[in-house]
Design a binder for this molecule. Structure first.
Ligand code: GCB
Length: 577
C-alpha cells in the first residue's frame, strides 16, 4: 500500500487541525441524521485521542462523531481522488456530503475510500462516526462477561474493562489525507531484496498487472535501472547493505510507462538486506544479531495514542542514547512515520498486529479470526517494504490453552507466509500458557515476570525460574527465543537498599540479573525490556494512578536508575550490533 506523496503526478492534502466533535452517549446520531451535518458541537484536535481532551470523555469509548470541511484542490478535476485514514480507533463509519463511503473495523492500520464520484469542488462535508466500545468479538477484546470470563486469569476488574493492559484510547489517531492519482496509476509496489557477496539484488513488482515499468535505483555510486512488465530485477554491483550500524537507504523510483510516455511515478526508500532464522540464530545479512531494546507504546499525556512527531523523535533519541537496536510494536502497528524512521535510523522492528488478549471460545471465534486475518493482511500490505521490519508478530499473549488456538494460528501463519515468504513469523506468549504454535513459528517470543508477579520480591529465585523455563522451551521446540517482556513497576524517586519492589534499585537489579541469565544461553537472540516508558492504562488496584510504571523512562521521558544501568550494559557492547 503506497503512502501518498507529492510529485509531478501526485499530491495530497493533510486534514489535520481542529475538527468538530460531539459525543453520542445514547447512540442516536444515525437516527437523527448526523451524517448529513452535526448539531452544535465543540472543537477537537485531529489527530489525537479524544479521551484526555475533555472532562466528560475520559472513560467514554463511543460512539462519537467528527466533522470537517474541505474544498477540492485545483487540478484534480480529471483525476482519481481518495481519502486515506492512517488510523481510527476502533470502528469508523465515513460519510462525504451525506453519502456513505463505507466503514472500517480496527485501529492502527490505514484504510481508504474512493472519492472520485462524490467529491465536490467546494464545501465537502466529511463526517465520521467512531465507536471504540469494547466487546468480546472485537479485537482487541474487552467487556467480557459470563462464561467467557473462564478464559481469563486477569484484567476482569479493571475499568474500562479491557483484556489488555493499556488505555483503550479512541478517536482519529493519525492524519487523514486526501490524495489524487492519475486515471492509470501505480496501485502498489513490492520490493524484495537479496545479497550475494557484494552484489545486491532488488526485485520490484507492481500493481496493476501487465504494467510497463522502469525502475531506477539511486543513492549508491552507480544508478542501475531495469525495464519490464510488472516485475523487474535490479542488480547492484557494489551494494551498500542496510544494517543498524549502517542504515543505508537507496531511492527507488518506479515509472509507469505507455511507450515513451510516463503515466505515473512513485519514489520510495529501500534498504538492501536479508533476514533469516538459521538454527538457534537470527541472521541479518548472514551475520548473527542480538536484539536489545523494548516493548513500547504510542502513549503521551493529552494526545493519548495520537500521532505526535516530537515524541517519536524523542523516543528514537533516547533509544540511541541507551544503546538499543530494536523494538517491538507492542501491541499494535505504530505509525508509518515511526516505521520510516526505523529504516532511516537503523532499528530492527518486530512488527505486531493489534491482536492482543485473544481467546478462543466458540462465541465470536469466527469474527475474531476474520479480524485477525484482516489485520495480518493490512499490516503486511502496509509495512512489507521496510528493511527495518525483521519479523511479523501475529499476537500478544493469546489465551492459547485451548486446542482451537493452534488451528487459529496455523491459519494466520500460513496467511502471513503466503503474503510475505521473506520474513520470520512469530507470536508473543504469556506466562503460564502452553503455546503449541511455537512448533510452526520461526522463533519464540516470551513475556516473563518471575520475581515480579510471581516469586515477588525475590529476584534471584525469579532468575532461576526464568532460566529453567527458557531451557525447557528450547529443549521442546529447538527454536531461538526473544524475551520480549520483563520488568517491574517502579515509582520514580522511590529508593530502597536492599532493593525492594517498586524501588528504582529493584528494577535495575531485576533487569541486570535477567540479562545475565539470557546472555548465558546461546539460543536467546534478544532482550526487550517491558517497557520503554511508563504508560496510561485502565484503573485497577495493581495500577497506581492508572499507570503501568514498568517504564525505564517516565511517561514524560525522564530516565530512572534502570535506564542508566541499561546504558552501561548496552553501549559497552557495540561489537554484537
Ligand atoms: C504483559 C503484557 C503487557 C503488560 C505487562 C504488565 O505480559 O503483554 O501488555 O503491560 O504484561 O506490565 O503486566
Amino acid at each position: 500500500m503506497l503512502y501518498p506523496i507529492r510529485n509531478h503526478f501526485r499530491q495530497f492534502i493533510d486534514l489535520s487541525g481542529f475538527w468538530e466533535f460531539i459525543i453520542d452517549p445514547d447512540d442516536s446520531g444515525c437516527q437523527k441524521g448526523w451524517f448529513n451535518g452535526l448539531p452544535k458541537s465543540r472543537p477537537i484536535a485531529v489527530p489525537a485521542s479524544w479521551n484526555d481532551q475533555f472532562e466528560d470523555a475520559r472513560d467514554f469509548l463511543g460512539p462519537a462523531w467528527y466533522q470537517t470541511r474541505f474544498d477540492r484542490p485545483w487540478g484534480w478535476e480529471s483525476q482519481k481522488v481518495y481519502i486515506r485514514f492512517n488510523s481510527v480507533n476502533y470502528l469508523a463509519e465515513v460519510w462525504l456530503n451525506g453519502q456513505k463511503l463505507g466503514q472500517h473495523e480496527g485501529g492502527h492500520l490505514p484504510f481508504l475510500f474512493d472519492l472520485t464520484d462524490v467529491i465536490q469542488s467546494t464545501d465537502n462535508v466529511l463526517i465520521l462516526r467512531v465507536d471504540g466500545r469494547l466487546a468480546h468479538d472485537r479485537v482487541p477484546p474487552g467487556n467480557i462477561t459470563g462464561s467467557d470470563l473462564d478464559f481469563f486469569a486477569s484484567h476482569s476488574e479493571n475499568f474500562p474493562q479491557t483484556q489488555f493492559d493499556f488505555f483503550p484510547y479512541c478517536g482519529i489517531h493519525r492524519p487523514v489525507l486526501i490524495f489524487n492519482q492519475p486515471q492509470v496509476a501505480l496501485e502498489d509496489i513490492t520490493v524484495v531484496t537479496d545479497l550475494t557477496g557484494n552484489k545486491g539484488v532488488v526485485q520490484v513488482s507492481v500493481e496493476p498487472e501487465e504494467s510497463n515499468i522502469c525502475a531506477t535505483l539511486t543513492g549508491g555510486s552507480k544508478t542501475p535501472q531495469a525495464e519490464g512488465i510488472q516485475e523487474v530485477e535490479i542488480v547492484i554491483p557494489d551494494v551498500q547493505a542496510w544494517s543498524p550500524q549502517s542504515p543505508f537507504l537507496y531511492y527507488l523510483k518506479v515509472d509507469l510507462l505507455d511507450g515513451e510516455k510516463v503515466l505515473d511515478s512513485y519514489t520510495l526508500k529501500t534498504g538492501v538486506r536479508t533476514i533469516v532464522v538459521d538454527g538457534e540464530q537470527l541472521l541479518l545479512n548472514g551475520e548473527p544479531i542480538y536484539l536489545r531494546g523494548f516493548g513500547r507504546h504510542e502513549d503521551f499525556p493529552i494526545s493519548g495514542r495520537g500521532f505526535n512527531p516530537s515524541v517519536i523523535i524523542k523516543d528514537y533519541a533516547l533509544m540511541k542514547w541507551i544503546g538499543a537496536n530494536s523494538f517491538r510494536t507492542s501491541h499494535y502497528p505504530y505509525s508509518e512515520q515511526m516505521m520510516n524512521l526505523a529504516d532511516e535510523l537503523g532499528f530492527l522492528v518486530i512488527d505486531e498486529t493489534p491482536a492482543v488478549g485473544l481467546f478462543f471460545n466458540a462465541d465470536g471465534y469466527e469474527k475474531r479470526l476474520a479480524l485477525c486475518r484482516q489485520y495480518t493482511e493490512e499490516l503486511i500490505l502496509r509495512d512489507k517494504n521496510h528493511p527495518s521490519v525483521i519479523a511479523w508478530s501475529l499476537a500478544n499473549e493469546p489465551h492459547s490453552g485451548r486446542k482451537q488456538a493452534r488451528d487459529f494460528f496455523r491459519e494466520l501463519v500460513d496467511l502471513a507466509k503466503a503474503l510475505d515468504p521473506t520474513r520470520p513469523v512469530t507470536l508473543v506468549s504469556a506466562m503460564g500458557v502452553l503455546e503449541e504454535s511455537f512448533e510452526f513459528l520461526d522463533f519464540m517470543c516470551l513475556n516473563r515476570y518471575f520475581g515480579w508477579y510471581q516469586e515477588s520480591g525475590q529476584i534471584e529465585r525469579g532468575a532461576q525460574f526464568l532460566s529453567a523455563e527458557c531451557d525447557l522451551l528450547y529443549d521442546t521446540y529447538k527454536k531461538p527465543l526473544v524475551l520480549t517482556e520483563f520488568g517491574t513497576d517502579t515509582l520514580p524517586g522511590h529508593h530502597a537498599q536492599p532493593p525492594e519492589m517498586f524501588s528504582e534499585e529493584y528494577q535495575a537489579e531485576f533487569i541486570s540479573r535477567y540479562i545475565e541469565v539470557l546472555r548465558a544461553k546461546p539460543y536467546v537472540i534478544g532482550e526487550h525490556i517491558w517497557n520503554m516508558c511508563d504508560f496510561k492504562t485502565s484503573q485497577a488496584v495493581t495500577r497506581a494512578g492508572s499507570y503501568n510504571y514498568k517504564g525505564v523512562f517516565t511517561r514524560d521521558r525522564r530516565p530512572k536508575l534502570a535506564a542508566h544501568r541499561l546504558r552501561e550494559i548496552w553501549t559497552k557492547e557495540n561489537e554484537i550490533i
